[in-house]
Write a protein that binds this ligand. Structure first.
Ligand code: BES
Ligand code: ZN
Ligand code: ZN
Length: 463
């Protein structure tokens, strides 16, 4: 799916030829290439700006002697400005445009590609409109990187947007196997193998569904890899809540409960395309949480891969059960440090809203590295405390732990639960808020956002 194509060109905006030229404006101020075009137009652009006054994301289409010019309102963030511009251009009929580069050309290119994303695979009537954007003075290498990053984010978004009847655990594993074409080693364990390993918590969550679970292991190890990073992603292809059933409205976005897994797969794709010199491992426990005569119950006691026992006090706190086994497995396979991403708790969304992920770290320096990477990637995360005092909340009268605490501090309790299953430094990103957008935003339409892919990439690049 190529919704938009970016091309580097050497001639500047003023001299270049295209059916449309895009000039950025902010508070009446133009950028250098826009200035040059304005000089050729004898101040026509500046005059129009004075009269119209553009806010971020607003645009003004002028028909000049140099051809059509779109004045576009630049915001604070170059990535978001690019995203808004791509969406505006998709609404116009021009097949090609020359776009003035912004200061952060990397972010602009990423924004243009991400903003143009659509998920229309399941529509019987699709709009087949191709848009080519020419970027004067931007290097081809920069665009190539942006394309690869976007490919990873697109994959993550597609997987989240796929409906749960089509993207079953087996289908998710198939999508992982497709990464073999890029040099990623992928191994998929079936129900029997999962049982033989002793992943009793993961299996319990999976047992209510006719669709069997899959445990997906990924490895990307180019020659000369200088460091290792282990990723774990929550892979619930659908979360009904189980016997602790969710109300319909809360279930509406639960096809996206595999967004952590999607981010891991998207990151593998981008890292492999970019050929980063790092060893990447990935683990995904893929299953669905359903209700049936075979489903796990409230009160069941499960034996996890780590050996610890867990009393199920809420079948809707299923993600941490599947992750407990995936994390223990990652450690068993030699992980030195783990970055785990999951749409884990509604409490994280209550605490930080829909745009900011909660970051928990069992070791401060590892947490800080991930936080910095997220900042560089333009993904919003905020550190939260792994408050040991709340460990009490997870005490069970019959097992080592129970899977839920009380009404308060739910995101922290969930993080504390995960931390019980690993010794190596762990960062847990609760992406329940930002993984799924309820409405269109600067960087894309409603639905899966691909949150996490860009952060993982920055972490991998800084290893
Ligand atoms: N998948 C949900 C968390 C979630 C909520 C993701 C909203 C995205 C948006 C998770 O499995 C869940 O249901 N968690 C429960 C935990 C509770 C029972 C302790 C929750 O947050 O309500
Ligand atoms: Zn749940
Ligand atoms: Zn869930």
């Amino acid at each position: 799916m190529d919704v938009v194509t970016l091309r580097a060109v050497s001639t500047g905006l003023a001299e270049g030829q295209a059916p449309l030229k895009v000039v950025w404006a902010k508070e009446g101020v133009l950028l250098p290439q826009g200035e040059a075009l304005d000089a050729r137009l004898k101040g026509r652009l500046r005059q129009a700006l004075k009269e119209a006054g553009l806010k971020a994301g607003e645009s003004l289409l002028l028909y000049t002697e140099e051809g059509p010019v779109l004045l576009f309102g630049r915001g604070e963030d170059d990535r978001e400005s690019g995203g808004r511009l791509a969406q505006a251009l998709q609404r116009l009929a021009f097949p090609e445009a020359l776009v003035e580069p912004l200061e952060d050309a990397d972010a602009l290119a990423e924004g243009l590609l991400l903003g143009a994303y659509r998920f229309d695979r399941l529509k019987t009537k699709r709009e087949e409109k191709a848009l080519t954007l020419l970027l004067p003075g931007v290097s081809e290498a920069l665009l190539e990187r942006a394309r690869k990053v976007a490919e990873g984010v697109y994959l993550a978004r597609d997987l989240v947007n796929e409906p749960p009847n089509l993207l079953t655990p087996e289908a998710l594993a198939e999508r992982a196997l497709e990464l073999r074409a890029l040099g990623v080693e992928v191994e998929v364990l079936d129900e029997k193998a999962i049982a033989e390993l002793g992943m009793g918590a993961f299996l319990a969550v999976a047992q209510g569904s006719e669709n069997p679970p899959r445990f997906i292991c990924l490895r990307y190890a180019p020659e000369g890899a200088k460091a290792r990073l282990d990723l774990v992603g929550k892979g619930l292809t659908f979360d009904s809540g189980g016997y602790s059933l969710k109300p319909t409205e809360s279930m509406a976005t639960m096809k996206g409960d595999m967004a952590g897994a999607a981010a891991v797969l998207g990151a593998f794709k981008a890292v492999a395309l970019l050929g980063l010199p790092v060893e990447l491992r990935g683990y995904i426990a893929a299953c669905e949480n359903l209700v049936s005569g075979r489903a796990y119950r409230v009160g069941d006691v499960l034996k996890t891969l780590s050996g610890k026992t867990v009393e199920v006090m809420n079948t809707d706190a299923e993600g941490r059960l599947t992750l407990a086994d995936a994390l223990a497995y990652a450690e068993r396979e030699g992980a030195e440090r783990i970055l785990e991403l999951s749409t884990l708790t509604g409490a994280a969304v209550v605490a930080l809203g829909e745009e900011v992920a909660a970051l928990f770290a069992t070791e401060p320096s590892w947490g800080e590295r991930v936080r910095e990477a997220a900042e560089k990637a333009g993904e919003k995360v905020w550190p939260m405390p792994l408050e040991k005092a709340y460990r009490e909340k997870l005490k069970s009268p019959v097992a080592d732990l129970k899977n839920v605490g009380d009404r308060y501090g739910g995101a922290i309790a969930a993080a504390l639960f995960l931390a019980e299953f690993v010794q190596v430094p762990l960062v847990h990103l609760d992406i329940a808020g930002p993984a799924f957008a309820r409405k269109a935003h600067a960087l894309g339409p409603e639905g899966g956002t691909g949150f996490g892919v860009r952060t993982i990439l920055k972490v991998a690049e800084a290893l």
